[in-house]
Structure formats: structure tokens, C-alpha cells
Design a protein around this ligand. Sequence first.
Ligand SMILES: [Zn+2]
Length: 71
Amino acid sequence: MNTMFDGETTEFDCPNCGQKITATVGRLKRGDYSCPNCGAVADTKELNRTLDQADRDAAEAERKIKKILGG
Ligand SMILES: [Zn+2]
């Protein structure tokens, strides 16, 4: 599923070697991201859970805003 966050770039440290990794959220969500330095595969499960929650929160916020604005 594509979300509004897919195009966002995120930065994190490789849990294995500490290399700073920059990748788009959409790329990470596919779950096949490996560190360019050591080849460790990033665990994107927690990221996906967080994104799902953020997506629901954003959708809920949008509904509330539209209600307030009468849209
Ligand atoms: Zn690494």
C-alpha cells in the first residue's frame, strides 16, 4: 500500500555497523533494504507498524479538520 510517507527520506544508523543510511520510506517499506556498508538487512517491521499508525492518525486528523472547516 502506498502512503503519503512513501516519498519521505529518512535517516538512520545501521544497527550492525553504525553506518548512516539515508533511504526513502517507500524503499524501506518493501522490507528488502540492506546496508551499503556491511550488507545487513534492515528490520523494517517496527517501521511499518509506526507508519501504519501514523497513516491512521493523519487520516483521522484530516477528517477532523474537514469537519471543522465544514468541508
Ligand atoms: Zn551496516
